[in-house]
Design a protein around this ligand. Structure first.
Ligand SMILES: Cc1ncc(COP(=O)(O)O)c(C=O)c1O
Length: 373
């Protein structure tokens, strides 16, 4: 088939823009240490992998909404860890959360074709804005305050009237901030806009217990959760969304028609993962240690990297605001790949994001190469 694309043209994938720096990092003895993407590198628990292999769930179609056991395990985790009771009927499966984030505006537009706007934090995970584009809608960033929170007072009333949803992300990627989920829920209710709270880093909350928007009532809100980060299962693809009964019912029906299904063996593995907390405690300790070590390494080369309130990223302002200069320096001198803040929106310019997903000995390699071991 020939011809030019008339409509949406996919932009370059942000991380592909680091490709030109990879040879310099790889040239170091021991190779590149990739801290650019938030992909877990630690092993998932073996009992989860065993459950994946032994489910005998390969033959039949899995329930799109998730099996009763899947929804019960997720709901039990919400109650145990976040202190909120969510009836399993108000919770449904998703195939990891990126597909849900990117698909949501499309389904919300089917539900209310009079609206077209996605509100999302101005410094954030790129898929919130991409979802609006994929649905042919408008992506309107909500300014963030210096501490990373969405400034809801800055939302133009005209945008609120057209809003399909407001995304909130706490602990946030990339800044590691904790947002005011009660204020977000209240804003959504008073403006008639669903608030979608991406809480996939909640297990890595460093200043007290993890928080969910569901604490502030289920009406008009959805919490979105994933096993990718919590249980090092990004390759398995399992998550869920929970909250407002009408929204969950609508989305799960639409998604059933569209054929979204978490594979049966994955559902079996997910049940095992949601039901165990020990492996998460081990992972929390790993990330905390690595955040501290990497912050010290950056500090030793003159880059101030404060500890985040949550998540496993360091968000550091680059000397003289030259983020690409710092990204290049870390690749060339440290053999480390990190991402420039502009990957997370124009307001992220001047910052870098460092994902502490590599083992301790790999971080030590960076320190040695930079001469600050
Ligand atoms: C804020 C945020 N939301 C959602 C996701 C998607 O994760 P997954 O699709 O693996 O559940 C990510 C992944 O990096 C993320 O950082």
């Amino acid at each position: 088939m020939s011809g030019t694309t008339q409509g949406f043209v996919p932009p370059p994938y942000p991380y592909d823009r680091l490709d030109s720096l990879k040879p310099a990092a790889q040239a170091h003895e021991g190779g590149a240490v990739d801290l650019s993407i938030g992909t877990p590198c630690d092993a998932p628990p073996s009992f989860v992998v065993d459950a994946l292999a032994s489910s005998v769930a390969e033959r039949g179609y899995p329930a799109s909404i998730g099996s009763a056991a899947y929804r019960e395990a997720a709901s039990a985790w919400v109650e145990r860890r976040l202190g909120v009771q969510v009836p399993p009927a108000q919770l449904a499966a998703c195939i990891g959360t990126k597909e849900l984030v990117a698909g949501m505006p499309h389904w919300l537009r089917l539900r209310d074709p009079s609206r077209d706007t996605v509100l999302y934090p101005a410094i954030s995970y790129p898929s919130y804005a991409m979802g609006a584009e994929l649905a042919g809608g408008r992506a309107v960033p909500v300014p963030v305050t210096a501490d990373g929170r969405s400034d809801l007072t800055a939302i133009d009333p005209a945008d609120a009237e057209r809003a399909l949803c407001l995304w909130i992300n706490s602990p946030g990627n990339p800044t590691g901030h904790l947002d005011d989920l009660g204020a977000a829920a209240a804003w959504g209710r008073s403006h008639g806009v669903p608030v979608l709270s991406d809480e996939c880093y909640v297990e890595f909350s460093w200043e007290g217990p993890g928080a969910t928007i569901l604490e502030h009532g289920l009406d008009g809100v959805l919490a979105v959760h994933s096993l990718s980060k919590r249980s090092n299962l990004a390759g398995v693809r399992a998550g869920f969304y929970a909250g407002d009964p009408d929204l969950v019912a609508y989305l799960s029906e639409v998604r059933k028609h569209a054929g979204f299904m978490v594979p049966g063996p994955v559902q079996a593995a997910a049940i095992a993962a949601w039901s165990d907390q020990g492996h998460v405690e081990l992972q929390r300790a790993r990330y905390q240690r690595r955040l501290e070590r990497m912050a010290a390494i950056l500090g030793a080369i003159g880059v101030d990297a404060p500890m985040p309130s949550g998540g496993f990223y360091l968000w550091a302002s680059a000397p003289e605001g030259d983020a690409w200069g710092l990204v290049r320096r870390l690749a060339e001198e440290g053999g480390a790949l990190v991402s420039p803040g502009e990957f997370y929106g124009p307001d992220g310019e001047g910052f870098i994001r460092v994902a502490v997903v590599q083992p301790d000995d790999r971080l030590e390699l960076i320190a040695q190469r930079l001469g600050v071991a």
